[in-house]
Ligand binder design. Structure first.
Ligand code: ATP
Ligand code: MG
Length: 324
């Protein structure tokens, strides 16, 4: 049994830069071994919050509690948290091996122990062959994996990642997502990753914290955030969504892939005109004009093949309830 499930607790964090309130009372708890993503638009305060957890930024109000111990005023070194940033931040004049060795030496591990640790970690990230390479001899993805290895080698209480994948191209990013997730799960290391990429958060996180304007909008699993968005901001930020008012005036949110449709007129369905058809690979996104409002409908490519859809055609949509 784990001794304490509620591993990191953040209570009512407030932070201002000058007169600008950047964090307006942020609270959450994070479980041991959990992979948490802070997700939100640029400038919403993600990095500031991460830096406060790391002890790199002072706060105006609130508490940070790690494993039942108050660490709000503790220096960064004493918190033993590993941080990886967007830019690789490796020492350019040191090989991959030396980069990882640096922190371990500072921690006064014995020489042979250091060697064992580094080899183990390099094996884990599958980069033994890069041990003697300098940063400028490595690709961006490789440098970022070494940065990660360097942080993990120190066995931090929590791994803090600030948009570690954002500087990489799409394919490398996708591979690294899986790799980071695997390493994290295998080691059971509690991880917080900042991102403004909703897909990254949905695919990697056990728990997503959606932040906007220095406030928590919603905390939940990727499925919860996607299927039961707490408010319009969350619904809009994570994927596409249609908003309708039903006959009682209550608003209904329906994802484009959840809309019921019919080629023929049908009771309870509303007529729309196709104004745009966008091919997205696995699916088509069809825009319909319904009484001057744009409504989006996603159709799987194989589903679309069965229909005769073209611009100006009519399609009938059920607006008031969704498929369950
Ligand atoms: N040292 C600082 N001095 C003054 N203002 C700051 C400082 N650091 C951050 N800010 C401001 O605080 C707000 C939040 O910044 P923060 O870097 O936390 O955002 P973010 O969510 O990480 O954004 P991004 O996705 O662009 O990295 C921004 O308006 C930023 O300009
Ligand atoms: Mg940031």
């Amino acid at each position: 049994m784990e001794k304490n499930n509620n591993y990191l607790e953040i209570k009512n964090i407030e932070k201002s830069f000058g007169k600008v309130e950047v964090l307006k009372g942020i609270s959450m708890s994070i479980n041991r071994g959990e992979f948490v993503c802070f997700l939100g638009p640029s400038g919403c305060g993600k990095t500031t919050l991460l830096r406060i957890i790391a002890g790199l930024e002072e706060l105006n109000n609130g508490n940070v509690i790690l494993d039942d111990k108050e660490i709000t005023k503790l220096s960064p070194a004493k918190r033993n948290l590993g941080m990886v940033f967007q830019s690789y931040a490796l020492f350019p004049n040191m090989t991959a091996y030396k980069n990882i060795e640096f922190g371990l030496k500072a921690k006064r591990y014995k020489k042979d122990e250091i060697k064992k640790k580094i080899n183990k970690i390099l094996e884990m990230v599958d980069l033994i062959h890069l041990a003697d390479k300098y940063p400028n001899e490595m690709s961006g993805g490789q440098q970022q994996r070494i940065s990660l290895a360097r942080a993990i080698a120190l066995e931090p209480n929590i791994l803090l990642l600030d948009e570690p994948l954002s500087a990489l191209d799409a394919k490398v990013r996708e591979n690294l997502r899986k790799e980071i997730k695997n390493i994290q799960k295998n080691m059971g290391i509690t991880t917080i990753m900042v991102t403004h990429d909703q897909e990254e958060a949905l695919t990697m996180a056990d728990k997503i914290v959606v932040i906007n304007g220095g406030e928590v909008m919603q905390i939940g699993t990727p499925e919860e955030i996607y299927t039961k968005p707490a408010n319009r901001f969350v619904a809009d930020f994570i994927g596409k969504i249609n908003f309708f008012n039903d006959t009682k005036g209550e608003s209904i949110l329906i994802r484009p892939e959840e809309l019921l449709y019919s080629e023929k007129e049908k009771v309870g369905y509303t007529q729309g005109e196709i104004i745009q058809i966008e091919f997205r690979g696995a699916f088509y996104r069809v825009s319909l004009d319904i009484g001057g409002e744009e409504v989006l409908l996603d159709l799987l490519s194989k589903e679309k093949k069965k229909l005769k859809l073209s611009l100006g055609e009519k399609l009938y949509i059920k607006l008031d309830s969704k498929e369950v």
